[in-house]
Design a protein. Structure first.
Length: 710
């Protein structure tokens, strides 16, 4: 996670080479192998400048010609509104002329993939113009023949008139399959624990005023609450709550429902409403992931989940990982946009849930939010800049109970918001939530908890001690940086078996739909199968001398065809490329290297771990045996492995419905010991050794060695 030059540790770097996983300063800026194939070239500014020169030099040579020079027109159209229709959803939005298609989309809650944060260097935001006209510059990332068919980069195309834009299926947002949804959530997570949320509703009847008793409405309310064992003398009532009081008590004929927020040593009045026989009280549990956002709508009277929804985090347009988002938020404007993109994603999910369940926004009176440290700070609009600079210190890891309006959460404005506390710059509330929801903090035996996501956080320990760490695994297992990578949405390949004789794949997709891409669990089983069948060597390279048309040389180098176009759900073959495999090997190397380094730091051998708990958005078909073949997980007894699903949303749910759990979360966050990998030579050594299938030291994977020898 260091951002200093690999050659000059005293200098902060501005440039990053993804191929060699290193940062470079101005003096060292440049590609080490400008003539050798690099999977990152489509998104690498280092390579682009080496080959094409700087953007100014390209412009001088005419390589960045505009379709139409709009410099003189921009002033004329800047104040005009234009209509943009996005297909295939059919959603029409209003935008300002002069905006990019990307800006118009994300300001209106329409998702378009953009891994580089809209800098125009990754090529992931390709869209198609179906009607109208946009002004955009040519790009080396768009083939001339594609440009002729209306393909362009959404981050570079500027609006001048009404248009219709088609977003390719692989670049659009889709609802993610949530394994935890179902009627068993309450029983499985809450058990016999009583529902005890932050907010409660107390029904009271106030005596009507008279000439003999002219006390104020507020005093009458306090007296009535006192009779219900509420400490009315310390009750906090703000001006907005006071303004609605007179109207409500009279409309309700002096019988009202009072929503109270209990936090710390005070009780706060957040809403007074006309009495109902069954007062509605709902809350939100939110997991703000780097890649995905998940929201539960929960009935706080019973603990039942009324609805579940999820989407890709709109902040992806600011970059795929936390470091690029920190850089994006380097000034007040960038931080505001980062906050807005994240909150827009959450609020759109909330809106969809409320419409589907016919629940009023004003009846949602509480929320709990879990996320890594950077995501949490973006939600709270706290400057995350210090997180990426040594000694890697966030603004805060524990927070007071907030009000929804303070963070632009569109529920009742005075609803109480509990933010799950974290531990360090790279171990946030999502890991605290996972440790508590999994019960690791109450275990007798030693457990290694691993959240396989963009940040690769892990926790080792039990009820007596906990050590935590994080490694930058990247978004590969969540679909990021993989040509046909995607989340576990309909059409995603989630399981692959390859026939060792014919080398033909047997695939299973989410929803049994035609294949449109491959998700994390599919990637794990695929690479394991490719290696065991002899299609891949230990370095992740394809053998091209095999008698199969599945292995071929594509436009990005060697690749394996998972689904031919005629059988796929997209207008091309679904493939895994050699460069994709290299990306996945780098990700798994970070995870396995982190495991070994954390064990070294604790002084424990691998055999001392009683259980390995894996969390993440893989889908239900994660194959632990193939994860061992890949070298992502250690070669131990398979019964030691357990898949937890999304443990962060589980912890957020528990925090929402139980104040006791909130106390446990705070206790766990304070008692964890954080190990920093960013300056660890041990981690670097372990990471380097893990950059093979399954590992440099094959003796550490005896079961895989035995299978290969057969």
């Amino acid at each position: 996670m260091s951002n200093v030059c690999v050659h000059h540790p005293d200098r902060e770097s501005k440039y990053y080479c993804a191929k060699y996983n290193r940062h470079l300063c101005e003096e060292c800026f440049g590609c080490q192998d400008p003539t050798i194939y690099c999977k990152h070239r489509s998104s690498c500014m280092i390579w682009e400048i080496v080959k094409y020169g700087t953007p100014d030099e390209q412009l001088e040579r005419g390589q960045n010609k505009t379709v139409e020079d709009t410099s003189e027109k921009e002033a004329q159209v800047a104040d005009r509104d234009v209509s943009v229709t996005f297909q295939p959803s059919g959603q029409t939005v209003q935008a300002r002329a002069g905006q990019t298609v990307m800006e118009a989309a994300h300001e209106n809650g329409v998702y378009i993939n953009a891994r580089c944060g809209g800098k125009g260097v990754c090529g992931s935001c390709k869209v198609k113009l179906e009607s109208g006209r946009v002004d955009c510059k040519e790009s080396i990332l768009i083939k001339p023949e594609d440009r002729e068919h209306g393909i362009f980069l959404a981050c570079k195309g500027r609006l001048t008139e009404d248009v219709t834009i088609r977003i390719p299926e692989e670049n659009a947002s889709q609802a993610m399959r949530i394994q935890e949804e179902g009627a068993d959530i309450k029983q499985r997570l809450l058990g016999d624990r009583a529902v005890d949320p932050l907010v409660r509703i107390v029904s009271v009847t106030l005596p009507a005023p008279s000439l003999d008793d002219p006390s104020s409405d507020l005093e009458r309310l306090k007296h009535a609450l006192s009779r219900e064992n509420v400490d009315a003398e310390s009750l906090v009532v703000d001006l907005p709550a006071l303004r609605e009081l007179a109207r409500v008590v009279r409309e309700g004929d002096w019988k009202v429902d009072v929503a109270l927020l209990d936090h710390g040593c005070k009780t706060e009045l957040i809403r007074t409403s006309v009495h109902r026989e069954a007062p509605a009280l709902y809350g939100l549990a939110v997991d703000v992931g780097t890649t995905s956002v998940v929201v539960y709508l929960v009935d706080l009277a019973t603990g039942d989940v009324a609805g579940v929804s999820s989407a890709l985090n709109g902040q992806v347009v600011c970059g795929e990982d936390v470091i690029t988002r920190i850089i994006y938020a380097k000034d007040e404007e960038g931080l505001q946009k980062l906050h807005d993109y994240g909150m827009k994603t959450i609020n759109n999910l909330v809106k969809d849930l409320l419409v589907a369940t016919k629940i009023k926004r004003s009846d949602v009176l509480a929320a709990s939010i879990a996320g890594n440290t950077v995501m949490t700070q973006s939600v709270l609009k706290l400057d995350p800049g210090s997180i990426r600079r040594e000694p890697y210190v966030p603004t805060a890891t524990r927070f007071p109970v907030l009000h929804a309006a303070e963070i632009d959460l569109q529920i009742h404005p005075r609803a109480g918001v509990f933010v799950v506390p974290g531990n360090a710059a790279y171990v946030g509330g999502d890991i605290t939530a996972g440790i508590v929801s999994s019960g690791q903090y109450r275990q007798d035996g030693t457990v290694l908890f691993i959240d396989v996501g963009t940040n690769g956080e892990m926790a080792l320990g039990n009820q007596d001690w906990l050590m935590t760490a994080a490694c930058s695994a990247g978004p590969a297992f969540e679909g990021g940086g993989i040509r046909h990578g995607m989340r576990a949405t309909p059409g995603a390949i989630e399981k692959v078996e390859i026939d060792a004789d014919t080398l033909e794949p047997v695939i299973q997709t989410v929803g049994d739909r035609p294949a449109v891409g491959i998700c994390g669990s599919g990637m794990i089983s695929l690479i394991g199968s490719l290696y065991l069948s002899g299609i891949l060597d230990s370095q992740g390279k394809f053998r091209e001398d095999l008698d199969t048309e599945r292995v071929r040389r594509g436009d990005l180098g060697p690749e394996y065809v998972l689904a031919w176009e005629k059988d796929a759900g997209i207008e091309e073959d679904v493939v895994i490329t050699e460069s994709d495999i290299n990306t996945l090997i780098l990700s798994k190397a970070a995870i396995y290297g982190g495991i070994r380094t954390l064990l070294e730091g604790s002084g424990l051998p691998m055999e001392a771990i009683d259980q390995f708990w894996i969390a993440g958005g893989f889908g239900k078909h994660i194959d632990f045996d193939m994860a061992v073949v890949l070298g992502m997980l250690p070669d131990v007894e398979r019964e030691k492995f357990r898949y937890l699903g999304n443990s962060a949303i589980a912890g957020a749910y528990l925090a929402l419905v139980s104040r006791e759990i909130q106390q446990d979360l705070d206790m766990v966050s304070r008692n964890m010991t954080y190990i920093d990998f960013s300056s660890s030579n041990q981690f670097f050594d372990q990471y380097q050794q893990a950059m093979f299938l399954p590992h440099t030291e094959i003796r550490d994977f005896p079961s895989v060695k035995a299978r290969m020898e057969k």
